[in-house]
Design a protein around this ligand. Structure first.
Ligand SMILES: Nc1ncnc2c1ncn2[C@@H]1O[C@H](COP(=O)(O)OP(=O)(O)OP(=O)(O)O)[C@@H](O)[C@H]1O
Length: 239
């Protein structure tokens, strides 16, 4: 399996002097092609902080992030934007679609930012809208879709430019359990199909058996647990 992303001794602290809060303490972690990880931990434990570092949105205080074996240079804004546009796909709690653009245009803009040709964007749109059962939504506006449909568009948008890494921050928090589970299953299926690294933050322990690996943060320390047989998972609780 190819290593896509590596955290080497990553620390993150906020504030200074006596007010310093050390949120991440030496995180060492490797992410492999096609691997799906779920990130859990109590409120305030640093999940969004770690996801923001993985997404090149926030610089670590110490340590290095490597993507495709290249250290990410957090002080070079233009190279950061390039890495985000080419290699990363994001899904948030609320789909955050642009309300004044149709679904097609919301997706196409991501392809244009990544430098894809119009033909490639159209082919990719046709393919993803069909796979995610969104063909009928193509010319609609976000406000005309249900919450679950909007999150399916968010999945299509995160994958459109074929990123090698997809990061999702509580993608189901605004959905009911059934819709949320369907959205996560689709996200996993589509990310695996594309062989992308997937990292999902969730508070919902019922989702854990769906993932290859559980990353758990507490008191700034990250621990990982591989999952082979989902039912043996100690975190598993029935819906
Ligand atoms: N910009 C910031 N400035 C100062 N402190 C921050 C900042 N962002 C986060 N923190 C602090 O860092 C800690 C971790 O926050 P973070 O948002 O990463 O946690 P989380 O695990 O995602 O929480 P939740 O599950 O509630 O979303 C918290 O104590 C928070 O108050």
């Amino acid at each position: 399996m190819n290593s896509i992303m590596t955290c080497q001794g990553i620390c993150k602290s906020y504030g200074s002097g006596e007010m310093t809060e050390l949120v991440l303490k030496r995180v060492d972690l490797e992410f492999f092609q096609g691997q799906a990880s779920v990130l859990i931990g109590p409120s305030g434990s640093g999940k969004t902080t770690l996801l923001s570092i993985l997404g090149c949105l926030l610089a670590p205080s110490e340590g290095q992030l490597l993507i495709d074996n290249q250290p990410v240079n957090f002080s070079d804004k233009s190279s950061l934007t390039e890495v985000r546009r080419q290699k990363l796909g994001f899904i948030f709690q609320h789909a955050q679609l642009l309300p004044f653009l149709t679904i097609e245009d919301n997706l196409a803009i991501i392809g244009r930012n990544a430098g894809m040709t119009d033909d490639d964007i159209q082919q990719r749109l046709d393919n993803l809208l069909a796979r995610l059962e969104l063909k009928a939504m193509r010319y609609k506006f976000p406000a005309q879709l249900s919450g679950g449909q909007r999150q399916r568009v968010a999945i299509a948008r995160a994958l459109l430019h074929r990123p090698s890494i997809v990061l999702a921050d509580e993608p189901t928090a605004a959905l009911d359990w059934h819709t949320g589970k369907t959205v996560v299953e689709l996200l996993l299926e589509q990310a695996r199909l594309e062989q992308a690294v997937l990292v999902v933050v969730t508070h919902d322990t019922r989702m854990l058996p769906l993932f290859d690996r559980i990353l758990s943060i507490a008191d700034g320390i990250l621990t990982e647990q591989q999952q082979t047989a989902a039912v043996d998972n100690i975190f598993y609780t029935q819906p």
